[in-house]
Write a protein that binds this ligand. Sequence first.
Ligand code: X5A
Ligand code: ZN
Length: 518
Amino acid sequence: MISPACKIEVPERLTVSHEALIKNGLADRCVSVPVREATDADILLVHSEEYLEAVKKTPYMTLEDLKEFTLQYGDVYFHPNIYHCAKLAAGAALQLVDSVMTGKVRNGMALVRPPGHHSMSSAANGFCVFNNVAIAAQYAKQKYGLKRVLIVDWDVHHGQGVQYCFEDDPSVLYFSWHRYEHQKFWPQLRESDYDSVGKEKGAGFNINVPWNKVGMKNSDYLSVFCHVLLPVAYEFCPDLVLVCAGFDSAIGDPEGEMCASPDIFAHLTHLLMNLAGGKLCAVLEGGYNLTSLPQSVCQTVQTLLGDPAPRPANLDGPCESALESLHCVRSAHRQYWSCLKHAGIAVLSDHFSNEQRRQQCEQHDDRNLSIFRKTVLVQFSSKESEEQKCKYYIPVCLKKVIDASGFLQAVLGLLLPLGYEYDPSLVLLVRMPDSGVCDSVWQQLTGLLQGLWSVILSFQEGEKERVAPTASALLGDAAPSLGQLHSPLPEDVEVLERLRHRLQGDWKLLQTTGEFTT
Ligand code: X5A
Ligand code: ZN
């Protein structure tokens, strides 16, 4: 046999991943779903008839004809078997969607080759033949009548095939971060930048986060989740979450050259698991380092199974380049999402420097708030607090705590990043009887925090009926979907933006803008 045409997209990617799942006792804890071939009708949900017919002929071509056929596309290699494998890869994604949608399993991961997110309606590209995840999204919408599907693409490359497929479609929200380097990195497309937000009715439903430097770390990834993806995802309120799960965004990958550790995928997975009532299907895309790939796959699967995530190492805040991307994306999407409406605005109107804030805080620490040095208190209320604010005492004063969307935005953009940076050994959640926070929001909060940290819940007198739904969240049940929330109150979003800005000097993961703005 001839040497492999592609040096990195190799069969060992799947064998080492599967072996690692077995070795770590994870394979045994999973339900195996039998694979099927995607039908012509499935493939035609995304691809053109001409393209499908052309690919159908490849098993019968001579090697020479295959080489020639391959040349019309970019960075893709056709082997006589690839048509069969590509039908199985797409079919596996569809089997997973069926199993999740019918409740046979809660969530799952499809380990497939070839990958899919670069392939387009009429073109193979970037090792991809059929767009497995795009087909799965169309299939899920059609077969189960889903109104909204979220696609999270954490592969290090831009899934331009997915973008093209859904850019004018508001029913599919596509989020992708990708190595970009100001358009120097493959596939070097202008439309991979942050200002490609979607077209026509789909404007706002395509979110690109370009990485303009290599070496992005755990903090950079978590910042983008907390300050862009999660707030928008909760506002979007998907019926199903699909993940283009490429692990070339992990450390050691020859394509990505990023520095995130494999355990970050446990967190990315966890943070998505309370959306859509827990209905999440991850489908393998890239990942070419045969050491970090299986580790990342295991972290993802282990989290899908409900195990707590290991604490991520060195969260030292996002780098300057990541902050610049974060700022650009948030600004580009400000007009489409109410959670981003005030993005960057506090920067202009806040005249206190972080240094002044810090001094103010330290002075106060010396007096009656010294207890807060070892404890962070975040207090949600609708009353303006009389207490002096400092690094460790954070009153979040929302117009109405009752308002689920405002409360949720505070949890995602403030509490989560703060928690990640502070890394508490224990989280004590206290629900006051008159808080007005409803059960499903409380369940979301509990579900998000547990698995990251040890959580203890405290109930007040007369709150007995609150215990059961919370206990279910503690046991690992996905919180029920909150339904499509109305937009958070503009005043509340503004309050949160100001608060985040006040705390940015002390808590790096709360930053959303860098030095470049001043
Ligand atoms: C799925 C994926 C990468 C293609 C790189 C081509 N494709 N230079 O990671
Ligand atoms: Zn990739």
